[in-house]
Design a protein around this ligand. Structure first.
Ligand SMILES: *[C@@H]1O[C@H](CO)[C@@H](O)[C@H](O)[C@H]1NC(C)=O
Ligand SMILES: *[C@@H]1O[C@H](CO)[C@@H](O)[C@H](O)[C@H]1NC(C)=O
Ligand SMILES: *[C@@H]1O[C@H](CO)[C@@H](O)[C@H](O)[C@H]1NC(C)=O
Ligand SMILES: *[C@@H]1O[C@H](CO)[C@@H](O)[C@H](O)[C@H]1NC(C)=O
Ligand SMILES: *[C@@H]1O[C@H](CO)[C@@H](O)[C@H](O)[C@H]1NC(C)=O
Ligand SMILES: *[C@@H]1O[C@H](CO)[C@@H](O)[C@H](O)[C@H]1NC(C)=O
Length: 282
């Protein structure tokens, strides 16, 4: 048994009949939030305004999310049939209507309740009639700030260190960069990183690291390293700053890092002067 429903039969018929193009149907504006933080909004409205002509019979409005070929929502105006997909079951407000509204616009918008990261992505609004069709897409990023974000280093050798920046439980995949700032020159240089990314339970964890030799760092003072984290498509940005003292300057770090003193070897120099005794035999 196929799961063919009466309206999908009608839809296929519509698609067959939509061969001729006209200038009638036109999307004029898609308004959706560019980004929102997971779990912070009671609801959001994704609206798709369009102009239609008298020729536009049997209007159908569909919303798609990312590359899923199945619409997440469709409204067949003629039959007054509205169908959210399984992904939106119980997650949209079915009584929401646009204002002002008309028979062919009333239920065009999505009123998503308590949006979470799984509904982040590219939304496409598609409007079709027997006479014409139009589509527009927009990105809505629903992001989750990281559960933790740390930046530190371990000494790998006497004159080199491994700088590691770890971000856990973030969504979507972040961008991480390492900047070396030279306080004397007031400039910053971006240093390429190696990174390991894990996707688990709907969030990303990324470990980015880079081993640097002390001689690669500016000489003449402590270096300032910054790990910068940002989420593409949002204004979310965080940074951690570390002051690093190359080996030859480690002594000057004592006042900032007193715990280093335990690893210092204090050498005492004993000067023993011996007065030679000469025995003269006459
Ligand atoms: C997003 O928010 C929901 C509801 O508040 C919460 O259950 C979920 O853990 C959050 N997801 C992340 C990745 O923070
Ligand atoms: C659903 O939409 C209706 C009509 O706009 C509104 O009155 C109602 O508060 C909404 N319900 C929720 C849960 O947002
Ligand atoms: C809107 O639909 C209702 C019910 O289908 C119908 O009675 C009414 O005439 C329609 N209004 C317009 C302006 O087409
Ligand atoms: C950072 O690394 C230093 C040296 O390896 C260590 O002493 C310090 O405790 C670390 N700090 C954190 C916050 O992990
Ligand atoms: C640097 O530290 C990371 C995290 O601990 C580790 O996975 C990586 O292998 C280290 N790299 C070097 C060159 O020590
Ligand atoms: C990890 O490295 C790859 C290749 O350099 C880069 O394309 C990607 O954006 C990096 N990921 C992060 C989280 O910075």
């Amino acid at each position: 048994m196929s799961s063919t429903t009466p309206y999908s039969y009608i839809l296929s018929l519509l698609i067959l009949l939509t061969a001729t193009d006209s200038l009638g149907l036109k999307i004029t504006e898609v308004s959706i939030p560019h980004y929102i933080e997971n779990g912070t909004k009671e609801s959001v409205i994704l609206d798709c305004r369009y102009d239609y002509g008298n020729d536009d019979k049997n209007l159908v409005v569909k919303w798609f999310l990312n590359d899923d070929p199945e619409p997440i929502y469709q409204w067949i105006t003629e039959l007054n049939l509205r169908q959210p997909s399984y992904r939106l079951q119980g997650r949209i407000n079915m009584s929401y209507t646009v204002t002002p509204s008309a028979n062919l616009t009333r239920y065009r918008a999505l009123n998503i309740l308590r949006p979470t990261t799984d509904l982040s992505g590219k939304y496409t609004c598609n409007v079709a009639s027997l006479a014409s069709e139009d589509s527009e897409e927009r990105q809505m990023t629903i992001y989750a700030p990281p559960r933790s974000f740390n930046f530190n280093y371990t000494k790998t050798d006497r004159e080199s260190s491994n700088f590691t920046c770890v971000v856990e439980g973030i969504f979507p995949e972040p961008q991480i960069s390492l900047l070396l700032t030279n306080p004397n020159l007031k400039s910053a240089k971006s240093i390429p990183l190696h990174n390991k990314t894990i996707f688990s339970k709907g969030t990303y964890s990324v470990m980015s690291y880079r081993e640097l030799l002390d001689k690669e760092l500016p000489s003449g003072g402590p270096s300032e390293l910054q790990c910068v984290l940002f989420i593409p498509g949002t204004d979310f940005r965080r940074e951690k700053i570390l002051s690093y003292y190359p080996e030859h300057l480690a002594g000057s770090a004592l006042r900032f890092f007193p715990f280093w003193s335990t690893s210092l070897i204090t050498a005492a120099v004993l000067l023993v002067s011996t007065v030679p005794n000469f025995i003269y035999i006459s």
